[in-house]
Design a protein around this ligand. Structure first.
Ligand code: ADP
Length: 187
């Protein structure tokens, strides 16, 4: 079966950096929900407008909007290996993903947790100054709170299903990449 891998981890854990590397070096089709939402905002679509105020507050965009967006995106992919960056982020999203993949004869083959402590997240995001509205310190704290409350339960969910691979994300991107690739190969 084609690989279908989800990257889990807090904001600022470097999931996006790893996703780009896996696309370029391993041929994964990357589906990055944060990027898709930011594109929808720039394009001024209905989805973009509805997502905007949640994103700026550091909250999750409601499940029904995200799930519909991801279903469409998955339907547009061919048979290549898929890497999900930033999805699923809730248990409801994980269930919807399982259904959407099953309908295409696929299933999640691994969930790689890029783990980084909160203090490192705050340092990294305050240093990177990408100019994102949600990178303000109080919004970063809210994103971390949401991660621990809503997304971290997925770690146990994936662990119970034998899908979880943990990688120490508090290192340079090359070291993290080596471990992510090993985690995926071993899955
Ligand atoms: P990060 O992982 O650093 O928080 P992302 O670009 O993945 O950055 O996400 C930015 C914002 O987009 C999130 O704070 C949230 O508002 C929204 N978002 C992205 N993915 C999801 C998702 N799967 N469910 C709900 N909201 C999402």
């Amino acid at each position: 079966m084609d690989e279908t891998v989800a990257l889990l981890g807090p904001p600022g854990s470097g999931k996006g950096t790893q996703a780009v590397r896996l696309r370029e070096r391993c041929g994964f089709a990357v589906l990055a929900t944060g990027d898709l939402l930011r594109e929808a905002r720039s394009a001024g679509t209905d989805l973009g407008r509805r997502a905007a105020h949640h994103m700026d507050r550091g909250e999750l965009v409601p499940d029904e909007l995200i799930i519909a967006m991801v279903r469409d995106a998955i339907a547009g992919l061919d048979g290549s290996p898929i890497l999900l960056d930033g999805f699923p982020r809730t248990l409801a999203q994980a269930d919807a993903l399982a259904d959407a993949l099953e309908a295409r004869g696929r299933a999640l083959t691994a969930a790689v947790l890029v783990d980084v402590p909160d203090d490192t997240v705050v340092e990294r995001i305050s240093g990177r100054r990408q100019g994102r509205e949600d990178d303000r310190p109080e919004t970063v704290r809210e994103r971390l709170r949401v991660y621990h409350g809503e997304t971290e339960p997925l770690v146990a969910h994936c662990e119970e299903r034998g899908l979880l691979r943990r990688v120490d994300g508090a290192r340079d991107a090359d070291a993290v990449e080596a471990d992510v690739r090993a985690a995926i190969r071993g899955s």
